[in-house]
Write a protein that binds this ligand. Structure first.
Ligand code: 3PG
Ligand code: MG
Length: 393
């Protein structure tokens, strides 16, 4: 990695020092409780290391997309119990960074504080240097471990890194950049990417970026239907992006044999009538029916291809996987990744929905990214402001 990491700081730079640490604790909540603590656990390596080295840890994060100031629904106070349980230590809460310096200073060595949602202050999303100065006042040095937010140039991810030095990457950030970087730099071949999800529009840049690098790109999800339409096939009432058909045509024409589409789909008259679902080949989608998943023929085809791969990147579900039976294709891909991994392939899953699909399988995969948008932007070859702002080695 070209950026300095926590590893590069000598013990005396940590001991007794306030480590202002940006994490991505943008976690899902249900009834005010953390319903998936993946992102909390992902930050533990950094927090624990800092505590063991005698640092006083001040955590910064956003939560959700609050509009127009503080909103209890988005308060980070809600995640304090879950964090305390994981750390096995009390966490001080700082409701307002502008009045938080005293609390931060009172922390003992190994102590932890969490600052309220950075997005409660209007400067955050404007990358306001004044707000960054307020944040910087809470620490002696800066650690960015929020890979999931690294594609945002916000006060707590970007501006603050210019004000508080040293500014280094945490262990999660380092790990994410290493595994995702490997995909772009020297993947073991064959390298296969699997992309799914509803829309080509959100994935177009990553398709363009990955096509020259991969040996095969397998496409699933409703996105495949836009390609079917581009091939002149009947797509019934499937989700199609009419304004992307020309683009799909262009990709089909320029991708050679790399772009692999589903052979068929699981169709139903609507999502509300799953009991009527059946499988058809891609050229036999009837009018009035929509594709909600890849069919079994495609599952077998994708699995066979994936078992030949040495590197796999997967992003996006193959179907409407939150509505069974349309989860089968997504589950089949998840299982094929695990199988390929057992045969020695490097398996990397990019954030978002595909992460939910591999819940409980994480330890059988090489790397599951904590970043949705961030992992895609990274693979698109874009600069991540939260990374760029850190110090070079
Ligand atoms: C995410 O969950 O994608 C990150 O935490 C970033 O959140 P955002 O998309 O609201 O900026
Ligand atoms: Mg996002």
């Amino acid at each position: 990695m070209k950026k300095k990491s926590l590893r590069d700081l000598p013990p005396q730079a940590l001991d007794g020092k306030r480590a202002l640490t940006r994490v991505d604790f943008n976690v899902p909540l249900k009834n005010g409780q953390v319903s998936d603590d993946t992102r909390l656990r992902a930050a533990l390596a950094t927090i624990t290391y800092l505590r063991e080295k005698g640092a006083r840890v001040v955590l910064l994060s956003h939560l959700g997309r609050p509009k127009g100031g503080p909103d209890p629904q988005y308060s980070l106070q809600q995640i304090v119990p879950a964090l305390e349980k994981l750390l096995g230590a009390p966490v001080e809460f700082i409701p307002d960074p502008a009045n938080g310096a005293a609390t931060a200073r009172r922390l003992t060595r190994g102590g932890v504080a969490l600052v309220e949602n950075t997005r409660f202050w209007s400067g955050e999303e404007k990358n306001d240097p004044e707000l960054a100065k307020t944040f910087a006042g809470l620490g002696d040095f800066y650690v960015n471990d929020a890979f999931g937010s690294a594609h945002r140039a916000h006060s707590s991810t970007e501006a603050v890194a210019h004000l508080l030095k040293p500014a280094v990457a945490g262990f999660l950030m380092e790990k994410e950049l290493q595994y995702l970087g490997q995909l772009l730099e020297n993947p073991k071949r064959p390298f296969i990417a699997v992309l799914g999800g509803a829309k080509i529009s959100g994935k177009i840049d990553v398709i363009r970026s990955l096509l020259p690098k991969v040996d095969e790109l397998l496409v699933g999800g409703a996105m495949a239907c836009t390609f079917f339409a581009a091939m002149g096939l009947e797509v019934g009432s499937s989700l199609v992006e009419p304004d992307r058909i020309a683009l799909a045509k262009e990709l089909l024409a320029t991708s050679g044999k790399k772009l692999i589409l589903p052979r068929g789909g699981v169709i139903a008259p609507s999502l509300e009538r799953p009991q009527e679902s059946k499988s058809v080949s891609a050229d036999a989608i009837p009018k009035g029916w929509a594709v909600f998943d890849i069919d079994q023929v495609t599952q077998h085809d994708f699995r066979a291809r994936l078992l030949r791969a040495k590197t796999i990147f997967w992003n996006g579900p193959m179907g409407v996987f939150e509505t069974p039976p349309f989860d089968a294709g997504t589950r089949a891909v998840a299982n094929a990744l695990v199988e390929a991994g057992q045969k020695g392939a490097v398996t990397v899953v990019g954030g978002g929905d595909s992460v939910a699909a591999v819940a409980g399988m994480e330890d059988k995969l090489t790397h599951v990214s904590t970043g949705g948008g961030a992992s895609l932007e990274f693979l698109e070859g874009k600069e991540l402001p939260g990374v760029s702002a850190l110090e070079d080695k």
